[in-house]
Design a protein around this ligand. Sequence first.
Ligand code: PMP
Length: 310
Amino acid sequence: PINAAKHIWYNGKLVPWEKATVHVLAHALHYGSTVFEGERAYPTPNGPVIFRLKDHTRRLFDSAKIYSIEIPYTPDQISAACKEIINANGLTQGAYLRPFAFRSYGEIGVAPKISPPIDTVVAAFEWGSYLGSEGLENGVDVMVSSWQRLAPNTIPALGKAAGNYLSSQLISMEAKRLGFAEGIGLGVDGTVSEGAGENLFVIRDGVIYTPGLANSILQGITRDSIITLARAHGFEVREQPLPREFLYLADEIFMTGTAAEITPVRSVDKITVGAGKRGPITEALQTAFFGLFTGKTADKWGWLELCEDG
Ligand code: PMP
């Protein structure tokens, strides 16, 4: 399903897409020890940009720090590699980027005496909207998963590591098996956490609510962007724990993520959300967000990083 591009940035070199391979005994393949990012490049009137590149690079290094993965490049080098791969692949019309670092092929074992080497990769390729372009407009049907999110002090939710996505796979696969577009995980305290690969926002009486740092969420960069844009537009945003039933009482719900962008939710557990279609605040925030890339929304925050110099 992914559209092969020409090159992949692999340990500092551009290698042909099909040559970017790894040994089957690589540590990460067995123990989940990859830290990664998902980023998007968008076309703009000034040329392609990577959205919040520095923030994504920072989160990659944060995830690496949690797992003592020493990336043998500086954050600036990784950010430069992201731009380089967009340019090398000629992805001027938008792309998804996947930078990652992982414990590679060395001594076998969970924590061997001699640490396996760290391999560092940046891939970029064309990728449409994660939950479908139709979903962006009409909203998607989701369910509360029977699987809970990671408990605090088990697998850290703030780290974007491959192993975390076993939880996401269970949540998302269950939802799809049962005919839903996505699943929402509750935290171990029973309050709302997030989607399998998206943060969640709930609107009632004009106030925008979203779970916070302590609710086993990934600190989404789209989430942060939406909170910032919403406040700039005069909306009240509250980061707080949300009980499950609040989802059923919402006027509007939407999910955010680099891949999902801003996707409205029209039902939860087959219970209609609000009017059962994209709500006005969701649409206003989509307009503000996508307006960043046409120039209609001023980039007051320095979020757009041009891929080409000059
Ligand atoms: N939660 C999870 C579990 C995710 O995988 C993602 C996607 N990276 C998000 C939230 C959204 O984060 P972002 O907006 O930074 O893509």
